[in-house]
Design a protein around this ligand. Structure first.
Ligand code: NDP
Length: 276
C-alpha cells in the first residue's frame, strides 16, 4: 500500500499531501466505488464540497470503509449562496447531517464572495472554536482577499486551495501564502486533463518511467503543495498515488516551472459571478 507524506498546518493538525478530489462524481455508486478503490490504494484524504452534490455518497463510503474516522481527512466547503454568518452556520450543519459525521477536518470558503467572506470567516472561527471543525481555510483567495481577511480574522487560514498546475504556476500567490504559513492546495492539478499531452511532461515521464500525470503531481509534491487529483477510474486512481517512489531532479523542476502560461481552466477569482 502507498504511504503518503503529511503536511503540518500552522494549527498543529496535518493533512495527507495527496488526496482524492471528487468534483463531478455522481452521488451514490460512482463516488462510493471510487472512494472504496482509493482507500484500498492508501488514500486517506477526500475533497468534496456542498455544490458537488455528493456529500451523502462520500459519508457512506467513509462509513463502509470501516477505517476509523480519525484516520480519514475530510474536506468540504461552504458554497457561495450560503455565505454570511448565520447562513454559513446553517449550511455547515446541513453538510454534517448529509455526510453523517460529527466533525469536519477542513472546512473552506469555496470562493471569496465580496461583501460576505468576512462574515463567513467569522462563522468558520465559531465552528472551529466549538470543536466541530478541526482546521479552517479558504479557496480561490487572491493576495488582496487574504490581506482584507487578515484585518479582522482571529485565526489565519491554514490552507488556500487554488487552481494550480504546470500551466498556472501561481508563484506570487504561493510565495505570499508561504510567508504567512498558509499551505497551498492545488485544485485541477492536472489542468483537468489539459496538461497531460504536454510534450515536455511526456518526455520527462519517459525519463523517469512515469506518466505525464505522475510528473505533474510529483512536481507539486516537491514544491510542498497539497494535491487532490480527481479520477473515478481505478487504474488512474492508482497511477496518481504512485508518485512517492521517484524524485524529479532540480533541473527538471525548473523546466516544469517554465511551462507556466497563466492559463486558467476555471473562473478567475477576481471576476466570477456565480452561485450567489
Ligand atoms: P483534475 O486536474 O484532477 O483532473 C481531473 C480530470 O483528469 C478528470 O477528467 C479525470 O478523468 C482525468 N484524470 C485524472 N487522472 C488522470 C490520469 N492519471 N490520466 C489521465 N487522465 C486523468 O481536475 P479537477 O477539476 O477535478 O480537480 C481536482 C479536484 O480539485 C476536484 O475533484 C475538486 O475536489 C477540487 N476542485 C476545487 C475547486 C475549488 O474551487 N476549490 C475547483 C475545481 C476542483 P477520469 O475521472 O475519467 O479518470
Amino acid at each position: 500500500m502507498n504511504s503518503i507524506p503529511r503536511v503540518t498546518f500552522q494549527d498543529g493538525k496535518s493533512i495527507p499531501q495527496l488526496g482524492l478530489g471528487v468534483f463531478a462524481m455522481q452521488d451514490g455508486k460512482e463516488v462510493r466505488e471510487a472512494m472504496e478503490f482509493a482507500f484500498n490504494e492508501g488514500y486517506r484524504s477526500i475533497d468534496t464540497a456542498t455544490i458537488y452534490g455528493n456529500e451523502k455518497g462520500v459519508g457512506q463510503a467513509i462509513e463502509e470503509s470501516r477505517i476509523p474516522r480519525e484516520r480519514i481527512f475530510l474536506t468540504t466547503k461552504v458554497w457561495n449562496n450560503d455565505q454570511g454568518y448565520d447562513s454559513t452556520l446553517g449550511a455547515f450543519q446541513k453538510s454534517m447531517d448529509i455526510l453523517g459525521v460529527d466533525y469536519i477536518d477542513l472546512y473552506l470558503i469555496h470562493w471569496p464572495v465580496n461583501g460576505k467572506y468576512i462574515d463567513t470567516w467569522k462563522a468558520l472561527e465559531k465552528l472551529h472554536q466549538d470543536g466541530l471543525i478541526r482546521s479552517i481555510g479558504v479557496s480561490n483567495f487572491q493576495v488582496h482577499h487574504l490581506e482584507t481577511l487578515f484585518k479582522s480574522a482571529k485565526i489565519t487560514p491554514v490552507v488556500n486551495q487554488i487552481e494550480q498546475h504546470p500551466y498556472l504556476v501561481q508563484k506570487e500567490l504561493r510565495d505570499f501564502c508561504t510567508q504567512h504559513d498558509i499551505k497551498i492546495e492545488a485544485w485541477s492539478p492536472l489542468g483537468r486533463g489539459a496538461v497531460l499531452d504536454d510534450q515536455t511532461l511526456v518526455r520527462l515521464g519517459q525519463k523517469y518511467g512515469k506518466t505525464s500525470a505522475q510528473v505533474a503531481l510529483r512536481w507539486q509534491i516537491q514544491h510542498d503543495i497539497i494535491t487532490i487529483p480527481k479520477s473515478s477510474k481505478p487504474e488512474r486512481i492508482k497511477e496518481n498515488i504512485s508518485i512517492f517512489d521517484f524524485s524529479l531532479e532540480q533541473g527538471d523542476m525548473d523546466i516544469i516551472d517554465g511551462l507556466n502560461r497563466n492559463h486558467r481552466i476555471g473562473p478567475d477569482p477576481d471576476n466570477f459571478n456565480f452561485g450567489f
